[in-house]
Ligand binder design. Structure first.
Ligand code: G6P
Length: 490
């Protein structure tokens, strides 16, 4: 029985399976892992003896994302993984063995093709919403997937325990859990933006309603910025039977009150700097330095994700080279676009569009001794950290983003101080707008001119701004963010 439970689609670990059938465990990504250390009695730095906080036992419930994960889940007694030697911030991990078809429909068809599209305003005319009998079947899988989480949490929670349920994949789970275990205290946290009501209404009425009711099953609904929290309240105002109090920031329905709060997420500066000092990062920095030589460096780092706006970012770089030819031969653009959600055709097409645009830029401007653009598509975390260190300009231009941690990690690791060109549609802009150069992500020409301004920024101004950005970025590390979520339940 656990006092604190965390639930998320992607957990702190993933597995791969060899041909001989043996499993290899890898640490999964994400700020949640370090955030958890704050509540699992793994203080950092170590406290003097006798001052340790008593550690509640934390259980992290996650989905098995592929065949290897499912095999691991089946081989684990009672579903709990043997974590020997793996750092999960001290949490026990239960990986749910959700049937492959159910997972595919819940994760790909509903969570990533529908809810993600709605909250990031990604629908366009060629791909406009079309909800038919098949969508209803997908929805049933989404319900079954959420119910599997609610069952696991209900089974393992100690009386009165706290459950922190993460993100849009699990928007039905809070209500399902409350129905099963009314004694628990539940928080739901959205890591994405929230759609404005007129866009949210694209969803079929019953589905839109169920999602709101699902989250309102929690005692507290958390968002990364004021803007997303406020959009959620706007949607709740249209929900029959719900009473929204904008001053108290509560939604009351059927006698149950849900508080709505804003909890920004920053980076753990110390942990990030320690990681960046390791040998693999140092080696990659050396290679990058040889490639770039004494030229200025514009860096971007993203999943190849429609909302990250990579193609317009590359178009802006092209416009910079056209309108300001003085930069030719004097600047390099390093674009890391890591594979993501490749099961979805939109993401495969987008990846191809990114590659095509990059090739055109190289063909148009490249010379025997100058590569204007280096596009890397294979995921390499240490290389990303090395690139942050060397960047003169960091480009973060999503059309919409819950927070965007690249905008926060870059300034922390920058060696000489980098200028941050940041979309006003990223949640991070709420905290970083004073020292970042803010752009409209749809305005390619403005982005190009802002890159020009960033490249021209005097060294001193660049490093002063960067230092202030790093301070803002580390003000709310994951530990604080996670502890805040739990504290809302006291
Ligand atoms: C966003 C979501 C996360 C998700 C991540 C990567 O940040 O808020 O929940 O884990 O994207 O996406 P993926 O589909 O690979 O988990």
């Amino acid at each position: 029985m656990s006092q604190v439970l965390v639930a998320s689609n992607r957990g702190p670990l993933s597995f791969s399976l060899s041909d001989a059938g043996s499993l290899t465990m890898r640490r999964g990504g994400g700020g949640l892992v370090s955030g958890l250390a704050a509540v699992t009695g793994a203080p950092d730095p170590p406290e003097p003896p006798g001052t340790e906080a008593s550690a509640p036992e934390v259980l992290w419930v996650c989905a098995s994302l592929g065949d290897a994960d499912r095999t691991a889940a089946r081989r684990s007694p009672d579903g709990r993984l043997d974590l020997a030697g793996h750092d999960t911030g001290g949490a026990a991990v239960r990986m749910l063995d959700i049937p492959a078809g159910t997972f595919h429909r819940a994760y790909n068809a509903v969570a990533n093709s529908t809810l993600w599209f709605v909250h990031h305003l990604l629908y366009d005319t060629p791909r406009s919403p079309h909800f038919d009998a098949r969508s209803r079947r997908d929805w049933q899988s989404f319900e079954a997937y959420n119910a599997a989480f609610a069952d696991a949490l209900a089974r393992d929670a100690a009386p009165g325990a706290k459950a922190a349920i993460q993100d849009y994949h699990l928007s039905l789970a809070p209500r399902m859990l409350r129905d099963r275990r009314p004694d628990l205290k539940i928080v739901h946290f959205s890591h994405t933006p929230w759609a404005p009501p007129e866009y949210y209404r694209l969803l079929p009425d019953d589905i839109g309603t169920q999602i709101l009711l699902g989250i309102l099953g929690a005692d507290h609904a958390g968002f990364l910025t004021e803007r997303w929290a406020s959009a959620f309240l706007d949607c709740c105002e249209l929900l029959p039977g719900a009473r929204v109090d904008r001053t108290a920031r509560t939604v009351t329905r059927s006698g149950h009150v849900t508080r709505v709060g804003v909890h920004a997420l920053g980076v753990d500066g110390k942990a990030l700097r320690q990681r960046a000092a390791e040998q693999d990062v140092v080696e990659r920095a050396r290679t990058l330095r040889e490639q770039v030589r004494d030229r200025q460096l514009i860096v971007r780092i993203d999943r190849t994700e429609l909302s990250k706006n990579i193609v317009r970012g590359l178009d802006a770089y092209r416009e910079l080279l056209v309108n300001h030819p003085e930069w030719r031969g004097r600047v390099v653009h390093l674009a890391f676009a890591y594979p993501s959600r490749y099961d979805l055709p939109e993401y495969r097409e987008y990846t191809a569009a990114v590659q095509r645009t990059a090739e055109q830029i190289t063909d148009e401007f490249g010379t025997p001794d100058w590569d204007p653009l280096i596009l890397q598509v294979n995921d390499d975390y240490p290389r990303s950290l090395a690139a942050y260190g060397l960047a003169d300009v960091l480009l973060v231009n999503p059309i919409r983003d819950g927070m965007n941690l690249v905008a926060k990690e870059g300034p922390v690791l920058s060696e000489r101080g980098c200028a941050l060109v940041l979309s006003r549609e990223a949640g991070a802009a709420a905290e970083l707008s004073e020292d970042a150069l803010i752009i409209n992500p749809y305005d390619v020409s403005q982005t190009a001119e802002t890159l020009h301004r960033a490249l021209l920024m005097p060294r001193r101004e660049r490093s002063d701004r960067c230092a202030r950005l790093a301070t803002a970025a580390t003000a709310l590390p994951p530990q604080t963010w996670f502890a805040d979520q739990l504290a809302t339940l006291d």
